[in-house]
Structures are given as C-alpha cells and as structure tokens.
Design a protein around this ligand. Structure first.
Ligand code: MV4
Length: 450
C-alpha cells in the first residue's frame, strides 16, 4: 500500500481524498496556490507545499511544480481529483516516468477516451450501443452533407476533441448544415486546436444517465448502478440523483452490462464513468467515458455504502475488486452549492463568507472546504459545497433536502441554495419528469421578503 499520497487538487475534493487517506493510515501532502493558503485541505493534510500564484495555469496545472512537490516530500502516489490534471495524458505519463503512481487512468486510456470519435469507435467494437452516425472523422463538407441527407435531419455535429458543449451543433434542416459545419469547426479549432468533426443522429429531449464502474488490474470490472445528471445548465450539472426516476430494473441491467462490457473490453483500471444518452423510448446510447472520479460520486457511495476514493486507491495499489454489481436500495440526491447568484443568471459571486451554518442530522452529508470567515477566491470553479441527502425513498430524500436547504445559512455571498429550494418544489422535478432541456424553461420565482 502507498505510504504517502500527494493530492494534486484543491477545494472539497482535496479534503475528500485526505479524509479517506487518513482512514487508511496513508500520509497526505496538500499542494496549494497562494490564493488557497487558508483553505482546509492545507490545514488537514500532514504536509503542504505551495506550488505557485493564484492562476491555475501557474499552480494546479503546473506539472513540473507538482512533480517537484511529490519528489521533495517523497510521495509515492498522486491523486488528481477531478478537473485540473485528472484527465491529462501527459501528466499521467510524467508520473509514470518519475515512478509515482498516478491514481487515475493510463496515458493511453486517457488519449483513447479523450478523443470522442475514437472512444465511440472503441465502444462500437465492444458491442456498446452508439448513436447512429458517421464512421470516424468527417473528411469533407460534401461527405457530411451526403451522410446527413442519407440519415435524415435533425442531426448533431460534434467535435472529436469536444467537451462542455464546445464545437457541437444541432442541425434541423439541410440549408443550415453548411453554416453549422463552418462555425463548429472554427469553435473547435480555437478551443482545442483540433477541428476533427463527426456526425450523429440528434437524440431529442434526452436524459443524461451515467453508470459508475470500477475495473481492476486483472481486467475484471463491475458497475455501481446509475446517476441521473439531466438537470444541467450550460453543460454544468446542478443536481444529480440515484436511482434515476426514469430507470427500470430491466434498463439498469442492460446499461450496467453494457458499461461493464465497455470497461472490460478496454481493460479499464480504476474508477470511471460511462455516460449515456437515454431517449424517451428508453433506448440508450454511449456518449462519453470519464476516466476520473466525478463531482457527483458521493450519491453512489451513499446508496451502496462504499467509499469510492478508497476503491480507487486499492485498485491503484494492485488489489483486486470484489467484482460484484450493485443495485441501490436507498435514494440519494446531491445539490451543488455554487457561489453564484441564481436570481442574476447564475453570475459568479466570490468573496468572504461572513456567516456559515451547516445543515446536519440523519441522512444529510455535506462535502465542503469552506467555513465561517473563509474568502472564496475568484480564480477557480464556483462550487463551494455539495449537499447530499439519503433516505429510503425519493420522496423522503427530497423532503430531507428541503429541510437541509432551509437550515443552510451562508451570508456574505450569493449561492445557489434558493435555486435548489425552488427546484425541490417544482412539479416536474417532483414527478421525476425531466430531461436535459429542463433548465431551458426553468424560471426563478421572486425571493420571499423576510
Ligand atoms: C447529443 C445530444 C443529442 N443527440 N448527441 C452534450 C455534451 C456532449 N458531451 C454531448 N452532448 C449531447 N450530445 C446526440 N446525438 C445532446 C447533448 C446534450 C446534452 C447531453 C447531456 C447533458 C446535457 C446536454 C445538454 C445539451 C446537449
């Protein structure tokens, strides 16, 4: 087992990893930028190394500084958390070259799954259902137009290097295809330096349902059921739940088996997620694979009573998994609390938290690095906490969430707490009747005056 793990991240996930390491008797090294000197991950780690100024590119993304920090502290592994370097093939490779175990995917795996067209081709080979479309990268506009007309509109143009919806265009009629092709390629070129595109049939009003998997060094994988992440705004998830209210036992079995088949086909090692689009007829299609631990992993931990960070560390140390698939017996919901103003187009609201009262009680979990008196720096992601409730049924988990949100006091900055409180009263949310289009029509109600 590892003796010392360096956590190449900040915020709640850095703290989350430190907690599990402590429970496993593994020493921890925090790295931090000068903006994060007062952060809890720095205080709770055994050692801490400053790796640069506030700007991410000069600190949490600065590979040479992080490797140097691991070498001077004698860390034998690096946990990258999510975001930053977690899906960076070059960083995974550099760790390998320095004999530091990267607790994440191999460079080859990150490259293969990071390129969306190659990920899709691989999944098709593995026998995982994929959206009908082009075979690999489109060679010309003429080929694209011919294919689109053959398939029939609407279609979706996607950048192979895509992420966060960049370089993606839905096209409803032939006369709009040329302009979409030009602008999507331009956007992809500017964002990723890669304008490779592929084409798919458009799935209308899809749900985003993902399957958590874990694979080990023997090539064995298991799935830990699904998370419904359909409530998103501009490709940022706001809340997630498991089980999905749209799920059936039959569909879970099929999707779970497909995800395990995918993971075993590529001999995936570690924790990963297979993302699917699910249409209204409950057809499901491979969308992307994430080769990291995800923000929303706690809801899975809650319903199957399993520490996913511990699992990642065990697998990275070469210990085999149990190999059993899990079916949730509880219901869990996560609300992402962001320092944003939901009454003002979710505008970022960094600054000092003057008062903080955290909710608690049975079935309530709060993963956060913030405290009363903490100043949220403007340099990073706006997520400051994840509020997670767990109960026997969906209705109870929602009631618990309402109660916990009502208890949660954060003063000094604006947060998404009022958004979540209104969501938990929305008739379509309560009915489990929502797709990825939900937020397009959601309107905040005026705040209640005290
Ligand atoms: C799609 C789609 C509909 N049809 N593909 C969005 C992120 C990118 N990784 C893939 N995405 C989509 N791909 C086809 N063929 C709709 C989306 C999509 C979406 C998917 C999941 C969650 C939110 C979304 C919001 C807009 C579009």
């Amino acid at each position: 087992m590892f003796k010392k793990i360096l956590i190449a991240n900040r915020g709640e996930i850095a703290l989350r990893v430190i907690r599990t390491c402590k429970e496993m008797g593994i020493k921890t090294v925090a790295v931090y930028s000068t903006a994060d000197a007062e952060s809890l991950h720095v205080k709770f780690a055994d050692e801490a190394v400053c790796i640069g100024p506030p700007s991410s590119s000069e600190s949490y993304l600065k590979m040479s500084n992080i490797i140097a920090a691991a070498e001077i502290t004698n860390a034998d592994a690096i946990h990258p958390g999510y975001g930053f370097l977690s899906e960076n093939a070059k960083f995974s490779k550099i760790c390998e070259e320095h004999n530091i175990k990267f607790i994440g995917a191999s460079p080859e795996m990150i490259e293969r799954m990071g390129d969306k067209a190659s990920a899709k081709a691989t999944m098709k080979e593995a026998g995982v259902p994929c959206v009908p479309g082009s075979e690999g990268i489109l060679q010309s506009y003429e080929q694209t137009e011919m294919l689109a007309k053959e398939m029939g509109f609407p279609v979706m143009l996607k950048a192979t290097a895509g992420g966060g919806g960049k370089g993606m265009r839905a096209v409803w009629k032939a006369e709009n295809l040329k302009a979409a092709w030009e602008s999507a390629r331009q956007e992809a070129k500017a964002a990723f330096g890669n304008d490779g595109m592929y084409l798919e049939k458009l799935i209308e009003e899809p749900r985003h349902i993902e399957i958590q998997i874990v694979g080990d060094s023997r090539g064995k994988a298991c799935h830990l059921s699904e998370r419904d992440c359909s409530i998103q705004r501009r490709h940022q998830k706001l809340t997630e739940e498991t089980p999905s209210p749209f799920m059936t036992d039959e569909l879970r079995n099929e999707m779970g088996l497909a995800a395990v088949r995918a993971a075993e086909y590529i001999k995936y090692e570690g924790a990963g997620t297979i993302e699917f689009l699910v249409d209204k007829h409950r057809n499901f299609y491979f969308m992307e694979m994430n080769t990291r631990i995800q923000v929303e992993h706690p809801i899975t931990e809650q319903v199957i009573d399993f520490d996913l960070i511990r699992e990642q560390i065990m697998v990275a140390a070469g210990i085999p998994i149990s190999g059993k698939n899990y079916t949730p017996k509880l219901h869990s919901i996560e609300c992402r609390i962001n320092a944003e103003d939901p009454y003002n187009d979710f505008r970022p609201s960094p600054g000092k938290i003057t008062t903080l009262h955290a909710p608690g009680g049975h079935g309530v979990r709060l993963d956060t690095h913030v405290y009363s008196g903490y100043t949220i720096p403007p340099n990073y992601d706006s997520m400051i906490a994840k509020l997670i409730t767990t109960a026997q049924t969906r209705e109870e988990a929602i009631n618990k969430m309402k109660r916990a949100l009502d208890e949660f006091v954060i003063e000094g900055i604006k947060t998404t707490i009022p958004f979540h409180r209104q969501l938990m009263d929305h008739p379509d949310y309560l009915a489990g009747n929502y797709t990825t289009k939900f937020m397009e029509s959601f309107k905040m109600e005026a705040p209640v005056e005290e």
